[in-house]
Design a protein around this ligand. Structure first.
Ligand SMILES: [Mn+2]
Length: 287
């Protein structure tokens, strides 16, 4: 298993200096930096080469976190929006290939966050699946694995539990399209988190880790020991990326609805220390 961290940990904006962040993530002992799809999509060749050079030197892998805007919704009733969505993801994959990222993870099957103005689920599934089949072909060409994130009911209506995710995958039928399970979303929707991981089995392509209140693993009541057992049961070898949201304010605090400080007033040094602690904690429970 390769342990990772989403890029935003030290800030509360949907942006960062990826070279500096890569160094900090590596220094904290992680194997993977998860970057933002929109950033990569808009990056020029020079920035891509610089970041690729840095992560190769550090021995860091890259995963790409996607939550398309509504203009790129593959499940939209509007055919021109669906077409724009497929083009966006294909352009993104070209950049992923250039930067050396083989893992695309998130709600690429629709958009995020959902505003629930259109919720015809059957029609949305048909549209989304048609688009994802086109995306799957491109993924196979680039040898990129698309891991579709199962979210909770407040953020999507398309895929809200593992069983539903597996039904969707069956209709795609590509070994380059898998599921992303996130312990935070699972804590809301699944009957039993370890059982959902076992149900996903070899279809689990990516994992997001966090407590039910999105704190770092080990700071809440998530059954980490049992989750570790489930991951060993399915022989999970892919990326496990921590996706904590603990800071109030800024773009992220507002988008994620962080309405109190979940860091316990931690200083920068204490935030770094918390990362070392959480990684030790995860390895103790998972290995
Ligand atoms: Mn997630």
């Amino acid at each position: 298993m390769k342990y990772g961290l989403l890029y935003h940990y030290w800030g509360n904006k949907w942006s960062c200096d990826y070279v500096e962040t890569a160094k900090k993530i590596r220094a904290a002992g992680f194997d993977v930096m998860e970057i933002g799809a929109d950033h990569l999509h808009d990056m020029d060749r020079k920035d891509i080469d610089t970041i690729r050079g840095t992560v190769e030197e550090l021995g860091l892998n890259l995963s790409t976190n996607i939550g398309p805007t509504k203009d790129y919704d593959l499940a939209s009733p509007d055919a021109s929006v669906r077409k724009a969505g497929v083009i966006y993801i294909k352009e993104l994959m070209e950049k992923m290939n250039a930067i050396g990222s083989k893992a695309l993870a998130g709600a690429m099957y629709s958009y995020w966050p959902c505003d629930f103005t259109y919720v015809n689920k059957e029609e949305a599934w048909d549209n989304s699946i048609a688009g994802m089949k086109e995306v799957a072909k491109a993924a196979e060409e680039y040898d990129i694995v698309c891991s579709l994130e199962v979210l909770n009911r407040f953020e999507t209506y398309i895929l809200t539990d593992c069983r539903e995710g597996l039904e969707y995958l069956e209709r795609i039928g590509s070994d380059h399209v898998k599921l992303l399970l996130d312990t935070f979303h699972m804590s809301i929707e699944e009957d039993n988190i370890p059982d959902a991981i076992r149900l996903a089995g070899k279809n689990l392509g990516h994992l997001h880790l966090g407590e039910g209140n999105r704190k770092l693993p080990g700071l809440g009541s998530m059954p980490w020991k049992e989750i570790g057992q489930a991951l060993r049961d399915i022989d999970y070898q892919e990326m496990a990326v921590i996706e904590p949201f603990m800071r109030m304010g800024g773009e992220i605090g507002s988008a994620i609805h962080v309405w109190r400080d979940l860091t316990d007033g931690a200083s920068e040094a204490e935030m770094d220390e918390k990362l070392l602690t959480t990684l030790r904690f995860l390895k103790a429970n998972f290995e």
